[in-house]
Design a protein around this ligand. Structure first.
Ligand code: LRH
Ligand code: MN
Ligand code: MN
Length: 419
């Protein structure tokens, strides 16, 4: 991959855009370093074409195993220098030789972010079905099986150097009357306590919530309130994970983020975007202003607590798509997240606070929207450039015919594991 030729050809235009931005906006000291430090983990299940329950249209060259998934994330990271971690979903991706997998990842400059458990699908060899739930199940044996799976996942994560377990439960009910809500809640907490007890002391447990799907009447961890109350019962290592697609329409996600952060219970994110439900669309593709407002709260809240933006929360993507090249899609998601972050760093917080204290509603909006409407792409590109990445990662991916190379190496009809 010839990054320097690519960058040389684009450099003059890039410098012009960056100079213009600098002439228009006062860049705070250290902003470039913050952008350079900010890494976003890529989900191992998003490297193949996402399907829907109606069909799946493979684009070809999909990774056939974990090694090839790591190679794909390595490719993304080489292009943007901002995708330096991979988040595994088990058992979709079982590291059978963890030492070799760790070495391979390190060769690509990749770390392992949170490992995800899966008790929403039945596996061929399992004794008890999750049809009626896992950690909430009426049968203690089923609950135990799900608890043990989570403990297994932690063990895999330890071998890889992960530091967090993400638990998402599809547990709930499809019809009124089917479930005793209290029993389901209590059983889930009891099961989570056993998983929490198996957590290494330097690990976090992220409890993801979701309003609905696949259960369509109730979900036991259905919103941030349920997750928050549970993680509070578990202990300091347990936190809530916010997947942007898991809310009911029009939910004020930035306010949820602000409260969880203030309470010290925000663990991390699954970034994606949605128009209707858990659509898993490219981050920033539908509601970029919402993404910016979320980052505005994140920067504000993390600074208030003296937190390290890059390290103190889990930044992960959970998006995959049916019609785009998955690697191009992920490059777009990472850039959208970086743009929102860069813009949030540009907000004049003193002026915003003064306008709020003066009840100057118009001024508050002006301050935020002036930043949101500022084109910071050159700034994000400069961070990439300084790290050795490509000025235009998608253009380079296409110029170098990377998908064609992957198809040539792996075949046109490969199918990656995942949803
Ligand atoms: C559930 C979810 C959760 C799963 C992933 C595959 O909708 O967001 O994070 O682990 O999708
Ligand atoms: Mn998710
Ligand atoms: Mn989801």
């Amino acid at each position: 991959m010839n990054i320097s030729n690519h960058n040389d050809a684009l450099l003059a235009g890039h410098n012009r855009r960056l100079d213009f931005l600098k002439s228009e906006v006062n860049l705070p000291a250290g902003i470039l370093q913050k952008l350079k430090d900010f890494q976003i983990a890529i989900p191992s299940w998003a490297l193949g074409t996402g399907g829907t329950r109606f069909g799946r249209f493979s684009g070809g060259g999909e990774p056939r195993n974990l090694e090839e998934k790591i190679a794909d994330v390595g490719l993304l990271h080489a292009l943007n220098q901002s995708s330096g971690a991979i988040s595994l979903h088990i058992p979709w991706d079982i590291p059978t030789d963890p030492a070799a997998i760790r070495t391979l990842a390190a060769q690509h400059g990749l770390a392992f972010d949170a490992v995800n458990s899966n008790t929403f699908q039945d596996q061929a060899d399992q004794a008890h079905s999750y049809k009626f739930g896992s950690l909430q199940h009426v049968s203690a044996a089923t609950r135990k099986q799900a608890i043990n799976h989570n403990i297994e996942v932690i063990k895999h994560g330890v071998e890889l150097g992960s530091k967090a377990l993400t638990v998402w439960l599809s547990d709930g009910s499809c019809f009124p009357g089917q479930l005793n809500f209290r029993h389901a809640y209590e059983r889930t907490v009891d099961s989570l306590r056993e998983i929490y007890a198996a957590l290494p002391s330097d690990w976090s447990l992220y409890l993801e919530y979701k309003a609905y799907e696949p259960n369509f009447y109730s979900t036991t961890v259905g919103d941030w309130g349920a997750s928050y109350s549970m993680v509070n019962k578990l202990g300091p290592q347990a936190k809530t994970l916010v997947d942007l697609g898991h809310h009911l329409p029009n939910a004020n996600i930035e306010q949820i983020v602000s409260i969880l952060l203030m309470e010290g219970k925000l663990g991390g994110f699954h970034f994606n975007d949605s128009k209707y439900g858990d659509d898993d669309l490219t981050a920033g593709s539908i509601k970029p202003y919402q993404l910016f407002l979320i980052f505005n709260e994140l920067v504000d809240g993390m600074d208030a607590k003296g937190m390290n933006h890059a390290k103190d929360l889990g930044w992960m993507i959970d998006a995959s798509h049916n019609v785009k090249d998955p690697l191009e899609d992920l490059l777009q998601s990472v850039e959208a997240i970086q743009i929102a972050y860069a813009q949030a760093l540009l907000v004049d917080r003193k002026a915003l606070e003064a306008a709020r204290e003066a009840n100057d509603v118009v001024r508050c909006q002006e301050i935020l929207q002036a930043v949101f409407r500022t084109d910071v792409r050159a700034l994000v590109a400069q961070a990439r450039l300084e790290l050795g990445g490509a000025l235009d990662p998608i253009a380079l991916f296409r110029q170098e015919k990377m998908r064609e190379q992957l198809i040539a190496a792996r075949g046109a009809k490969t199918v990656a594991t995942g949803l």
